[in-house]
Write a protein that binds this ligand. Sequence first.
Ligand code: FE
Ligand code: FE
Ligand code: ZN
Length: 276
Amino acid sequence: MLHIGCHLSSSKGFLKMGETALSIGADTFQFFTRNPRGSKAKAIDPEDAAALMRLMDEHDFPCILAHAPYTLNPCSKDPHVREFAQMTMTDDLVRMEATPGQMYNFHPGSHTGQGMSEGIRQIAELLNSLLKESQTTTVLLETMAGKGTEVGGSFAELAMILDRVELADHMGVCLDTCHIWDGGYDIINDLDGVLDRFDRTIGLHRLKAIHLNDSKNPCGSHKDRHEKIGQGQIGLAAFEAIVRHPALKDLPFFLETPNELPGYAEEIRLLRSLAE
Ligand code: FE
Ligand code: FE
Ligand code: ZN
C-alpha cells in the first residue's frame, strides 16, 4: 500500500496531527519542528509524543517527517546566521528523540556568494558538529531547485556534502519532485534516467522520502513554486509513474501542494488510486 500524507500544522500537538492524518486517508505526515520562521519552539509534552507513537503503531504508519524552519541557512556568509542554524538544529535533534526513529529534513542552504564548494564545506561541518552516534533520528538533505545561490540543486552537490559527513549512516535524502524538475531533471520523459543518475551520484539506498509537488514552472526554471498534483507542468502521468516506480513505491510520500485539508484528502485519494 502507498504510504502518503501531507504537511500538517503542529500547533495542536503530535496526537492531533496523527488523528488529522487518519481523517484525510493519510498514514504519515510532515510538520515543522517550530514556526517556519525559526522562532522559539514550544516545550514537547512527552505523553502527547507517546500517544502519537501508539497511534502510529496501531495504524501501521511508516516514519513521519519533521521539517526544519526553511529560513535557516547553514552556509550563510554571515557567521551569526550559521550559528543560529546550528543552535536551532541542535535543539531540534534533541526534541526529535521524544519521537524515536523518525526523520528530520532540512534545506542545505544558500552560500550567499561564498561559492558552492565553501557552502558544501560549511554544511558538512555543521552536520559533523550535530550528528551523534546514539541518535535514532535520520537527518535528510532536501533536493533543491537551485534558485539563486542555493546548494543542493544538483544530485552531485548533495553527494559532495554526504561524502564529507562522518556519521553518514544517520543521513539520507528527501527528493522533492517540484525542486528537481525546476532544477533541470526531466522526470516526465526520463524518470528512469533521473533515478539512475541519483543512484550513480548519491546512491538510491540514501533516498528516504519523497516530497510530491507539481510545479508552476518549466523544467530547469530554478523557480520553486509548488502546484497541485496534475495541475502544473509536471502533470498527472508523471506522478502515476512516480508512485508506481519499483525504486520509489515503498517510500513515504509527502504532499506540500497549495491545499487545505479537503484538497489534500482529494489528492491522497487520487494518488492511492493511481498507485493500485
Ligand atoms: Fe522543504
Ligand atoms: Fe519540499
Ligand atoms: Zn519548494
